[in-house]
Design a protein around this ligand. Structure first.
Ligand code: M6R
Length: 604
């Protein structure tokens, strides 16, 4: 939602903060700012707009000092503006604060502080934190921070700088991500590991509400009871250029091309001659009465594919929920259920809340997550990592297809446990899953020119309708989301058979319809729906592995490779990702950072 970074050491802080913010900009990009301490006072510089606006503002007048904090924002409280950008000063400017999260009781606290003579410069919830710190300050930073912490409710990752603390800054988190990077005579904080990977590979992750005191010589962490705690150091194996574009025009295109490798990492050692081994996860499919899948956005679409797969092969009733609905709908969940939470980032607020609700209802929770040690991964009973590596583009690509791969593995494992899948079918699917990376790699190269050509023809469209049945409908949901979020074309996905119950009235001459007919069992049915829209003048792009079966009813085709029918959503996704990418490029969109969005959504 927002990205925070902090540095203390022997080097000028400002360039390191700006560099880190560049790698965090995907988390929010409507404004940014830094605060640097020169040992006497704290200097804040911030700017509305992209990071380059901040860089312009500080060029030639970079704040001096070796210790500082920085922030890149996705607005929640208050519009994007210089005033609402972080860092926020306290009233007397002795404190500066950066924050990722939401202070839920900020209105009450604003009143509390107003009654005590404080006035505010911004509309943000974060400014409350800076003011509270000034209000409670008694010369002892730890005590001051704990008093502030006891007053605020909500979620936060905080970086705190005070003018009297030469070379030292403070950090704390609750329900928002924060890592502490350990260097040689220098230390860092960041919202995620890749932001500071060029400087260090050694990290510690503070637990909820712990306070970290960060100086060049070391990091001390205090728990909720103010006791010093020893933290485990983890060494990241991510490559330092994981967050670089690597010659691609955009991160999205790079990540589309990374999908075969990412899927390979997700599946390769988990398919064994003795069955599917899901790391250390102890699940017995025979003991699960019902599965709930809860997730948001593309992760929800992956779950929708998973539902069809699990029900078909493992014969377990599987319900799929938007996490934002699950958390409030009082679902009938019990200890004989498995709840699967799917999240690339592992920090989506609604998915985290759904996880906590499922646990409260005594369900076992399995998280399918990409970001290692993220909050959802840490709170789930079991975690199945998707191993996609850092995903920077806001529109997910490899995050989504690796979720599909993980769900195939889960479905196969449950089916084997329950003996609901014939051996030959199991062998056929596992072998197709093992071949996925190679086939996908060849397919991406092959479909790329077709996607460019189709984008060149259809990019002026105002609306697009994606239709399909069964898992093709789930794939349609993802295709429509991809197109709308980066090209801003209004795009909707419909179960093909449902279109005639109302929405078909929107179809007119040259309406763009993407008809997905990959599932052989449903192809004929989808074809008849394609005929219905075509006869009303729609231009149809058919997506299929059997071109001869549908080409007479389509204006254009995207041809999928022959694979096991259950796996076609992976190829449909890649084809539609490329189509969306080139349409957005033709329309001049900001592909990696589409308007109004941010990579991880840590608010409700
Ligand atoms: O990090 P998560 O997988 O929990 O994120 C869920 C959605 O916010 C995410 O998939 C979103 O829909 C993407 N922008 C889609 O490309």
């Amino acid at each position: 939602m927002c990205g925070i970074v902090g540095y203390t050491g022997k080097r000028p802080a400002a360039p390191i903060l700006i560099d880190g913010l560049g790698r965090l900009e995907y988390r929010g990009y409507d404004s940014s700012g830094i605060a640097v301490s020169d040992g006497k006072k704290v200097n804040v510089i911030k700017a509305k707009g992209r990071l380059f606006e901040l860089e312009k503002r500080i060029s030639g007048a970079s704040p001096e000092g070796f210790c500082g904090i920085g922030h890149t924002r996705w607005a929640t409280h208050g519009k994007p503006s210089d005033e609402n950008s972080h860092p926020h000063y306290s009233r007397d400017k002795s404190f500066a604060v950066v924050h990722n999260g939401i202070i839920e009781n900020y209105l009450d606290l604003r009143e509390f502080l107003t009654e005590r003579g404080f006035t505010f410069r911004s509309e943000t919830d974060t400014e409350i934190v800076a003011m509270l710190l000034e209000y409670y300050y008694n010369g002892n930073m730890l005590e001051t921070i704990i008093k502030m912490r006891n007053k605020i409710k909500g979620s936060y990752a905080l970086g705190i700088l005070h003018e009297n603390e030469n070379g030292v800054f403070y950090a704390m988190r609750k329900d928002s991500p924060l890592v502490i990077g350990l260097g040689e005579n220098e230390n860092f904080i960041a919202s995620d590991i890749p932001a500071v990977l060029p400087y260090t590979r050694r990290f510690i992750i503070p637990d909820e509400q712990e306070v970290a005191v960060i100086s060049p010589d070391g990091v001390t962490v205090y728990n909720r009871n103010r006791e010093q705690v020893n933290k485990q150091i983890t060494v990241s194996d991510l490559s330092a250029d994981a967050a670089e574009k690597d010659g691609f025009a955009h991160f999205m295109l790079k990540e589309i091309y990374e999908q075969p490798g990412a899927i390979k990492k997700t599946v390769h050692d988990r398919i064994t001659p003795d069955g599917i081994k899901l790391d250390r996860i102890k699940l017995d499919g025979k003991k699960i009465r019902k599965i709930f899948i809860a997730a948001c956005g593309s992760a929800y679409h992956a779950g929708a594919v998973g539902k069809y797969f699990i029900e078909k092969y493992a014969r377990i009733e599987t319900e799929i929920d938007l996490a934002s609905e699950f958390r409030y709908r009082d679902p009938i969940v019990g200890d004989d259920c498995l709840t699967v939470i799917i999240s690339q980032s592992g920090e989506t607020a609604d998915s985290l809340a759904a996880l906590r609700e499922a646990k409260r209802l005594k369900s076992r929770v399995l998280a399918i997550v990409n970001v290692v040690d993220s909050i959802i991964a840490r709170e789930a009973d079991d975690v199945l990592y998707t191993r996609a590596g850092p995903e920077i583009a806001v529109a997910t690509t490899k995050g989504y297809t690796t979720q599909l791969a993980a769900l195939y593995l889960l479905g196969l494992k449950l089916a084997r446990d329950r003996e609901t899948i014939p051996q030959s079918e199991y062998d056929g699917i596992t072998s197709a899953v093992e071949k996925l990376p190679e086939l996908l790699s060849a397919f991406i190269d092959e479909v790329n020119p077709a996607a460019q050509y189709l984008a060149g023809k259809y990019y002026p469209a105002n609306d697009a309708y994606f239709i399909g049945r069964g898992a093709d409908w789930s794939a349609a949901l993802e295709g429509a989301l991809k197109l709308k979020e980066i090209s801003y074309i209004h795009a909707e996905a419909y179960a093909a058979g449902e279109l005639k119950h109302g929405t078909i009235s929107l179809i007119e001459k040259n309406s763009l319809v993407i008809g997905i007919a990959a599932d052989p069992a449903l192809r004929e049915k989808t074809l008849s729906n394609i005929k219905e829209v075509r006869s009303r003048g729609a231009a149809v792009i058919g997506v299929t592995d059997s071109p001869d079966a549908i080409k007479a009813e389509c204006d254009e085709l995207m041809v999928l490779p022959a694979t096991h029918p259950a796996l076609t959503p992976v190829f449909t996704a890649a084809a539609l990702q490329l189509f969306a990418y080139y349409v957005a490029a033709a329309r001049g969109g900001d592909i990696d950072k589409p308007r109004n969005l941010a990579k991880s959504v840590t608010v409700e």
